[in-house]
Unconditional design. Structure first.
Length: 138
């Protein structure tokens, strides 16, 4: 298992795919890095030399924000939006969709499981009230 920028990468994976396991590196960025270093995309991680791995790490650190730095920057951006009280910041605070999606229907991922709100029949309401008053006596 090779270690790239704090992430353990299995030796049996192709280098093109393995780079996408790093947060902030997608398929396009992985291809650009490999083309820049003239490394075959289908090479397995286990077949790379230490020198090649060091070169890959140097190129990624120089040209891309990845892993912790990227996560930190994103959280700082959201925190800034919350502090200045912008519309997007308020949507983050209220845990609602930020980019203008509709919420009357849908938005289940952001809002969570449905909570049914409605009227109860008189008998059901009486049972609930009776259960609440009976519990503290015991």
């Amino acid at each position: 298992m090779a270690r790239l920028l704090g992430v353990m990468i299995p030796d049996d994976k192709r280098i093109e795919y393995a780079l996408t396991l790093l947060y902030g590196i997608g398929w396009t960025s992985a291809r650009k890095v490999l083309d820049q270093l003239v490394i075959d995309r289908s090479t397995k991680i286990g077949k790379l030399t230490e020198d090649q791995i060091k070169k890959i790490i140097m190129v990624i650190e120089k040209n891309y924000k990845v892993e912790g730095d990227l996560r930190e920057e994103l959280s700082e951006n959201v925190k800034r939006l919350r502090e200045i009280g912008s519309y997007r910041g308020l949507r983050h605070i209220r845990n609602l969709p930020v980019h203008g999606q509709r919420t009357r229907s849908n938005a289940r991922t952001k809002r969570g499981k449905r909570k049914t709100v409605g009227a109860l029949k008189k008998e059901v309401w009486a049972k609930l009230e009776q259960g609440k008053t009976a519990a503290p006596k015991e």
